[in-house]
Write a protein that binds this ligand. Structure first.
Ligand code: ARG
Length: 400
């Protein structure tokens, strides 16, 4: 017999069978799981057939995490699958209670400020995409949300500091010919990167527009690539925005198709793309990352750097910048300078964390006067303006 904590006895055959018999659960603790059992995060063993069946058998949701939900089921916050009928039924069924909110905010008249579901219906909630709450009746706002997840526990860019390994798993390094690291880029799915158009403009000596001269490194932390996780690819297709203007830097965006897709792991993850109506409010703390110059005069950084910058109000920034900003640009940093991107960071990401914990791409490093100078914040390509262009060119992303 097994002696429970409360002094009662249970049959030995009830020990480690996946069902809790003792009040204190001691009959299911310290078990060696058999081959037909699943080992929960809390070290309990449960029958394998209970995995991903919509019931939290482990009582820590680990048996329902990361499940691919079958048709007729939807994924809760931690990818726990529940029947669609549990949506908006008045019961909070998800562990993080998210499926009953905003059940009546759908189907308003569509305007430039509303979020458009795939079925064409509109909702009024700001930043509804991938926020862990089902807002669209067709559930489309929470599709394509395997993105923006930092894999590490969070523990120059000019005046930034070393990134933690796995902290920015969408960061990509673009190497040109024998020069080495030249620009940054951002992973948006298995096949595609976003970068800046200006990285691919020919200069006298170098033909940067030649896609075959580039090599792409994904999953890197140090530019020495001492970490074996690094994946390297060539560029199969390079799409430079047809309206890119190399004087004003307007439309500074490019799409790069990889020669072969990448598999996601702890070091390689795509960022989330904001819908066209996504709001990155002024003063929001975001991060710019890259291997660019640590100071205006160089050199490049060996270790990936991160810098915390604040989103700057467009009008304020434009006043500061003598009205040379276009609606496709976004300022981030500090009007007093200090933390900023620099040469070599171009094409790389400016990302902001949403309350859901997911990171969204707000901008692409584009230009600045010097680096970290007083009165000259960094200027970024505003991603929300390009969802339609991306969709037109490669059909990326459902949330738009
Ligand atoms: N144009 C630069 C590059 O090619 C990036 C400039 C960003 N500068 C700034 N101060 N934020 O790498």
């Amino acid at each position: 017999m097994h002696l429970c904590g409360d002094g009662r006895c249970e049959l030995m055959s009830n020990k480690c069978d996946g069902w809790v018999h003792c009040k204190d659960g001691s009959d299911e603790m310290n078990c060696e799981c058999t081959s037909d059992q699943f080992r929960c995060q809390n070290k309990m063993c449960k029958p394998l057939i209970w995995v991903c069946d919509g019931v939290d058998d482990c009582e820590d949701t680990s048996d329902e995490a990361n499940c691919d939900c079958a048709a007729g089921f939807f994924a809760c916050h931690k990818n726990w699958c529940l029947p669609i009928t549990a949506l908006c039924d008045g019961n909070a069924d998800c562990p993080n209670d998210n499926e009953e909110v905003n059940c009546d905010k759908t189907d308003v008249n569509c305007t430039t400020d509303t979020y458009k579901c795939v079925d064409g219906k509109c909702i009024v909630k700001p930043n509804a995409e991938c926020d862990g709450v089902w807002d669209c009746f067709d559930l489309s706002d929470e599709l394509y949300c395997d993105c923006g997840n930092q894999q590490t526990v969070r523990s120059r860019i000019v005046n930034g500091n070393d990134a933690v390994i796995g902290e920015w798993p969408w960061q990509v390094s673009l190497h040109f010919g024998s020069i080495g690291h030249t620009c940054g880029a951002t992973l948006i799915n298995n096949w595609w990167l976003l970068s800046a158009s200006h990285c691919f403009q020919d200069v006298e000596l170098y033909k940067y527009s030649d896609r075959q001269s580039w090599r792409v490194y994904i999953g890197a932390h140090s530019l020495t690539f001492s970490d074996s996780e690094v994946e390297s690819r060539l560029i199969k297709r390079l799409i430079i925005h047809e309206q890119f203007d190399n004087v004003t830097m307007d439309y500074d965006i490019a799409l790069l198709e990889l020669s072969a897709p990448v598999r996601y792991n702890s070091y390689i993850q795509p960022v989330c793309l904001p819908s066209p109506v996504h709001i990155f409010p002024a003063n929001q703390r975001c991060y710019v990352t890259g291997w660019g110059f640590l100071q205006e005069s160089g050199p490049l950084s060996i270790i990936l750097q991160k810098g915390e910058v604040r989103i700057i109000n467009q009008t304020t920034c434009n006043n500061f910048m003598e009205n040379i900003l276009t609606p496709r640009m976004l300022c981030a940093g500090y009007l007093t300078g200090e933390v900023d991107a620099c040469e070599g960071d171009s094409g790389g990401p400016l990302v902001c964390e949403e309350p859901s914990g997911k990171w969204f791409l707000a901008g692409i490093v584009s230009w600045g006067q010097g680096c970290g100078r007083y009165g000259h914040p960094g200027v970024y390509t505003r991603i929300t303006k390009f969802r339609e262009w991306m969709h037109r060119n490669v059909g990326i992303g459902g949330n738009y």
